[in-house]
Design a protein around this ligand. Structure first.
Ligand code: AMP
Length: 249
């Protein structure tokens, strides 16, 4: 089984996002960037499939600026076999990303594509579904556990109020949820080994994909700062303030 893992380079989840002064977007200059946390889980799952002998080859794909190669190297250091970097400086929408991944899937013929359920920078949660639709493949989203037997996958998904178990045939798309696994840290020897693993370089136009945006960002603003709270002496004062000051009772 061949497994492809698309990974996005995003603002590190520990960094507070700051909006550019012209409100055109989030300022990404000189801030720590990392692999989207859900994509680390996808990488871990693909490496586990390789280690158990289920996957014969694993490929990490990232679409983004030159620095996206660092994110690919992180995947290679975690144990992925090779990388594909599709270089673009544009911030592409999920449909463009899904079309690029569709073109890669046509070239590479994977049995499984494991994406994150969402990128934490834009929260679209759309790319996996769009890729599955473009390829006409089944999708199990928000996977909590997965097992494989021949060309059949059994995936447990997190749904409202519980867990849902589904079966699907490969080739297929899976999107990962937080509880699927605990991603490993890359060891120093593996970081060194990853430097020698191959990364193929492509552009969206090499792949014949039209990446024209369909959305226009009007403005981006920071959330309103929270007003500081007050301490009340007792319940009676709390009720009084809720009634007479906040007007909520
Ligand atoms: P989204 O639909 O933007 O929330 O992203 C969902 C998933 O699609 C991510 O977790 C990645 O697996 C994949 N993805 C999104 N953007 C990219 C990108 N630029 N390069 C590679 N994979 C991506």
């Amino acid at each position: 089984m061949k497994v492809i893992v698309p990974v996005k380079r995003v603002l590190d989840y520990n960094v507070k996002a700051r909006v550019k002064s012209d409100q055109s977007g989030v300022d990404l200059a000189n801030v720590k960037m990392s692999m989207n946390p859900f994509d680390e889980i996808s990488i871990e799952q693909a490496v586990k499939l390789k280690e158990s002998g289920t996957a014969s080859e694993t490929v990490v794909v990232s679409i983004g600026p030159a620095k996206a190669q660092e994110t690919i190297r992180t995947g290679l250091a975690m144990g992925i076999d090779r990388g594909i970097h599709v270089q673009t400086d544009e911030d592409l929408e999920p449909l463009a990303i899904a079309k690029i991944l569709q073109s890669i899937c046509k070239d590479e013929s994977p049995d499984l594509v494991i994406l994150g359920k969402q990128a934490i920078d834009n929260d679209y949660g759309a790319t996996g579904g769009m890729l599955a639709a473009l390829m006409n493949w089944p999708i199990a989203s928000a996977a909590n556990s997965m097992e494989q037997s021949g060309s059949e996958l059994t995936v447990v998904k997190e749904v409202d109020g519980g867990l849902q178990t589904v079966k699907l045939q490969t080739p297929a798309v899976i999107t990962t949820d937080l509880r699927l696994n605990e991603p490993r840290y890359a060891s120093l020897p593996n970081i060194m080994k990853a430097k020698k693993k191959p990364i193929d370089a492509k552009t969206p136009s090499d792949l014949g994909v039209d990446t024209a945006p369909r959305l226009k960002t009007i403005k981006v603003t920071e959330p309103e700062a929270r007003k500081s709270g007050i301490k009340v002496e007792d319940t009676a004062q709390l009720v009084d303030k809720l009634k007479n000051e906040a007007g909520v009772i």
